[in-house]
Design a protein around this ligand. Structure first.
Ligand code: SF4
Length: 216
């Protein structure tokens, strides 16, 4: 389930406590791991630092691409569909040189699901636009081109987590992340006007079609 489309599911999560915090899987780069393709955290390590520091939440970071291919690595992107299409054998993951990275991406995705099951993960906060961790917007073909194309859909690891029953939210789903934070800290109040990624003006203008996986 993509939590940005199911606010009622956020409200239905159990009440977390310091003694029994939510167990939340997060993209390694959001936890400041230097696991991006060129060995940085893409500047994402600070984005949700306050949220991840709450005592009612315990994060379990993982990077499926690093697991499958190491760091540094070439740039994986989805060709012919999204992560669910890769799981079904209808789409592939290629790098900017045309090398097929599909098997390595599947290896990382399966390892992420194994860890999620072992750690009894309750939800996942993942980095959008990644061919592995994306959940709202992903590239449509190689991104290292003069005019990058995008599509709505999910990455390979996200698809595997959704198939395993793990709810997912993107770090760019600001409204839903704030809703989660209010469950983690009932004294906290969200600023007005927060938008999820599919509600952002850029997404509305460039990708007006419905998300193909909202039923998941
Ligand atoms: S695969 Fe996921 S965790 Fe790893 S660098 Fe990309 S977005 Fe971050």
């Amino acid at each position: 389930m993509l939590l940005a489309y199911h606010p009622e599911a956020v409200d239905a999560l159990r009440t977390p406590s310091i003694e029994d915090p939510w167990r939340v899987m997060v993209s390694g780069c959001l936890a400041a791991w230097p696991c991006g393709v060129e060995g940085t955290d893409y500047g994402l390590g600070a984005v949700l630092r306050d949220l991840f520091a709450l005592p009612t939440l315990r994060i379990v970071p993982f990077c499926p691409e690093q697991y499958g291919m190491g760091t540094p690595r070439t740039m994986p992107d989805l060709h012919g569909g999204d992560g669910f299409d890769v799981l079904a054998g209808r789409a592939r993951v290629l790098d900017e040189h045309g090398h097929d990275l599909t098997d390595a991406m599947l290896l990382g995705a399966r390892a992420m699901v194994d860890l999620a099951r072992h750690a009894r993960i309750e939800l996942a906060v993942l980095t959008d636009a990644s061919a592995a961790c994306g959940s709202q917007v992903i590239s449509d073909g190689c991104r290292l081109v003069p005019v990058r194309r995008h599509q709505k859909g999910v990455g390979v690891a996200t698809a595997a987590l959704l198939d395993a029953g793990v709810p997912v939210v993107a770090q760019r789903d600001h409204r839903t992340v704030a809703r989660l934070r209010m469950r983690l800290d009932p004294t906290w109040r969200a600023p007005a006007g927060l938008l999820d990624h599919h509600e952002h003006p850029w997404t509305r203008e460039h990708l007006p079609m419905p998300h193909p996986r909202v039923a998941r």
